[in-house]
Design a protein around this ligand. Structure first.
Ligand SMILES: Cc1ncc(COP(=O)(O)O)c(C=O)c1O
Length: 386
């Protein structure tokens, strides 16, 4: 049966993610356009992004938070290039983005003493194998598999290595244990539905100590340089960005942060994302064809929810035919205007991925789910007819 109810907002992309409920371009009307970001009001806007983010995320007062170029990718690479090499590093990966950081460290930052702790899509590597004497690089939430670390219990409080955590699809939807994290990064385009191109970099006092006491053996481009004459450039963490940011994006980021405050801050954001996950979980329990790709319930993402298609007809198809089937399903959903960008990432097993972070309304998730069944049935009918 074709459902009658449609999501009010059909945007379920895992990045750029849905704008916050009620957003319109009018929220940008006060943007400081045509002015220098280094003017007093320009710097004030940048500081506002930093301070509102810090408060919302309940970041310790002695952590630095700065705005950097290149979105989350820029922030992670800045950290890897600036910090790694002082100790060995454990690289955790279980999906495409963690894999990207492995690639950087093992192929670009040679020679670094590294260990790989990897797992296939749907699983986590053995977190207990992480060595607290070594640095650790990991994503908090694997955006392309829908598998997140359940908590930070596996990270030693008295570790000597630094933990570098790519939290771009976790921040503002999941609680981050700051005492376990030395470097945390995220991008504006993700969980608060901001605009792309800008990244955030949080540093613990121990990460700053490393920056001030260690010089990596490779060159650092200007965009990555956080120290001058062996001292941290504090201005970067006080709104003095290394290069020019878009003041339009800054205005949008401030709007998204104010919205986040209005829904109850971090508690409200986490509750909204977890509520969305619960709605999908209730549907998945009764589904004959879809299962969470995340095998262990505690590791199921509440932002990038990834569903595997387990129907025997589908699993018997070739990888290419599975990919094409999913594309055909998502094309039907797009043609109906009920759900955009729902195909899994090209690197992950063909399936459905629903972004369910806090900017997505639970009523929209609930309205989407019968449409997934409809698209699947349409696809089965088409296969039988062929
Ligand atoms: C875990 C993770 N890391 C890094 C990225 C790259 O982020 P950006 O494109 O904002 O640099 C993404 C984007 O989806 C991601 O999900």
């Amino acid at each position: 049966m074709k459902p009658t109810r449609r999501p009010a907002n059909p945007c379920f992309s895992s990045g750029p993610c849905a704008k916050r409920p009620g957003w319109s371009p009018a929220v940008l009307s006060g943007a400081l356009l045509g002015r220098s970001h280094r003017s007093a009001p320009g710097t004030a806007r940048l500081v506002e992004v930093i301070e509102r983010s810090r408060t919302l995320l309940q970041m310790p007062a002695d952590y630095r938070l700065g705005i950097v170029a290149g979105s989350d990718t820029g922030a992670v690479e800045l950290a890897l290039w600036s910090l790694l090499g002082a100790r060995g590093v454990d690289l955790l990966s279980w999906e495409n983005f963690g894999e990207g950081w492995v690639e950087d460290v093992t192929r670009q930052l040679k020679p670094v003493d590294y260990r790989l702790l990897q797992a296939p899509y749907g699983k986590l590597p053995d977190l207990e194998a992480v060595d607290p004497e070594r640095d650790t690089v990991f994503v908090w939430n694997g955006t392309t598999s829908g598998v997140r670390v359940p908590n930070g219990d596996w990270i030693a409080t008295d570790r000597r290595g630094l933990t570098i955590c790519d939290a771009t699809s976790a921040a503002f939807a999941m609680r981050l244990p700051w005492d376990k994290l030395d470097v945390v990064t995220w991008s504006w385009q993700k969980a608060l539905g901001g605009e792309a191109a800008h990244g955030m970099l949080a540093l613990s006092p121990r990460a700053v100590e490393r920056l001030e006491s260690y010089t990596p053996p490779w060159p650092l481009p200007k965009l990555f340089r956080l120290t001058s004459k062996g001292k941290l450039i504090e201005g970067v963490f006080q709104g003095e960005t290394i290069n020019t940011p878009s003041m339009l994006c800054v205005e949008d980021a401030i709007d998204s942060l104010k919205w986040a405050e209005s829904v109850g801050g971090l508690n409200g954001l986490v509750a909204r994302a977890e509520g969305n996950l619960a709605a999908v979980a209730a549907w998945e329990e009764g589904s004959s064809w879809a299962r969470f790709l995340a095998e262990v319930p505690a590791t199921r993402s509440c932002t990038s929810i990834q569903l595997a298609i387990v129907d025997p007809w589908f699993t018997a198809l070739s990888p290419e035919a599975r990919f094409q089937t999913v594309r055909a399903m998502t094309a039907r959903l797009e043609a109906e205007g009920v759900g955009y960008d729902l195909a899994s990432h090209r690197a992950s097993p063909p399936g459905i991925r629903i972004w369910a972070g806090a900017t997505v309304e639970q009523s929209d998730v609930a309205a989407l789910l019968p449409w997934l069944d409809w698209a699947w049935e349409q696809q089965m009918d088409a296969a039988k007819a062929a």
